[in-house]
Design a protein around this ligand. Structure first.
Ligand code: NAD
Ligand code: IPM
Ligand code: MN
Length: 351
């Protein structure tokens, strides 16, 4: 029987509440399709930081290296500055394992109340492809003249030909497999060095993908169009920071940030890829058992696809659609009163 070895990193807050449901779904669907999972769980978190002074051990990446995939809950909690917790765990994994594509699909499921008056289920179905290892998230910069009135902070954005081209190629190829349309997020009217370069590379890659109908839009106008006319999008490709912001916006448009999944991919498969919900540790609701597990469960479905089980992945997204369309059970972020566990039980029943 095929067996996959998965690294589980529950992390902080609701991260630890949404991973067990995802694991139950994986085991159930694996049993049906004739494959199984071995899990190794790592307690890397802000709690570990408080105890041992580091989010993960020094050889953390070495421990993950031989796993088939990583499933992560969320990282970050009040008490540890976010730049410490995230740069101590999440970002080193993305960068160390060259997970340079972050795929973030958006769908309005039947049975979900989108905050948009105009959103019809089925009509909104697109993917944000986020550059995941460079751009605005850079380590180059610093704080100067600390303690003086002219103190300042600088951080350099880094856009490399290699880094931009490879994520664009992924996005163009994805668009070619989907609806054949791609929008690139830019701001070359305001950010005059990096984004004109990004735009140039988009045009270059566009010439190599004549089957894709592509265009570019300024990020500010694009954000408005996510709200005004989300049905027109197929694939949206964006730099690291723009993609981060757009994916939360898109998730909200689709009903709740609690549903949205993410796949941090190393397309060459030199290293394990990492799957995690788009949302964070949600300290405001942590510990109450009411987190929406769908973001984590859908992320697990993306992992199944990556591991070569598209049919099992389809079963999971089918069960997500079914629990929303056929039942009234909803966690509070979707206007209901269901707990994480009740909701998961019902989904498992429909799987
Ligand atoms: P957040 O996503 O944790 O929460 C934003 C809002 O959405 C909150 O009101 C929260 O209750 C709600 N929400 C999020 N997920 C939900 C779910 N599954 N079900 C129901 N409601 C949900 O974002 P934040 O408040 O900006 O960040 C909190 C912490 O998480 C910070 O430390 C931040 O750095 C971290 N964070 C981590 C990740 C990650 O690990 N990938 C992602 C984003 C934020
Ligand atoms: C995400 C998160 C992270 C990011 C933070 C927590 C560093 O917001 O995965 O979207 O910006 O990448
Ligand atoms: Mn984010």
């Amino acid at each position: 029987m095929t067996n996959h070895h998965i690294a589980l990193i529950p992390g902080d807050g609701i991260g630890a509440e949404v991973l067990p449901p995802a694991r139950r779904v994986l085991d159930a669907v694996g049993a049906r399709h004739g494959f199984g999972f071995t899990y190794t769980t790592y307690d890397w978190s802000c709690e570990r930081y408080a105890r041992e002074g580091a989010m993960m051990p020094q050889n953390g990446l070495d421990l993950l290296r031989d796993k088939d995939a990583i499933l992560l809950g969320a990282v970050g909690y009040p008490g540890v500055p976010d730049h410490v917790s995230l740069w101590g765990l999440l970002i080193p994994i993305r960068r160390g394992f060259r997970q340079y594509v972050n795929v973030r699909p958006i769908r309005v499921f039947e049975g979900i109340d989108s905050p948009l008056r105009t959103a019809t289920p089925g009509e909104i179905d697109f993917v944000v492809v986020r550059e995941n290892v460079e751009g605005e998230y850079s380590e180059i910069g610093g704080r100067l003249n600390r303690g003086f009135p002219d103190e300042l902070a600088v951080q350099e954005s880094v856009f490399t030909r290699t880094g931009v081209t490879r994520v664009l190629d992924y996005a163009f190829e994805l668009a070619a497999r989907r609806g054949g349309r791609l929008i690139s997020a830019t701001k070359s009217n305001g950010i005059v060095h990096t984004l004109p370069f990004w735009d140039e590379l988009v045009a270059e890659r566009g010439r190599s993908h004549p089957e894709v109908d592509w265009d570019q839009e300024h990020i500010d106008a694009l954000a408005a169009k996510f709200v005004l006319d989300p049905a027109r999008f197929d694939v949206v490709v964006a730099s690291n920071l723009f993609g981060d912001i757009l994916s939360d916006l898109a998730a909200a448009v689709a009903g709740s940030i609690g549903i949205a999944p993410a796949a941090n991919l190393n397309p060459e498969r030199e290293f394990p890829s990492m799957f995690e919900p788009v949302h964070g540790s949600a300290p405001d609701i942590a510990g109450r058992g009411i987190a929406n597990p769908l973001g984590a469960i859908w992320s697990a479905a993306m992992m199944l696809d990556h591991l070569g089980h598209p049919e099992a992945a389809g079963d999971v997204t089918g069960a997500i659609a079914a629990v929303l369309a056929k039942t009234d059970l909803r966690t509070p972020d979707l206007g209901g009163t269901a707990t994480t566990t009740d909701f998961t039980e019902k989904l498992l029943e429909l799987l």
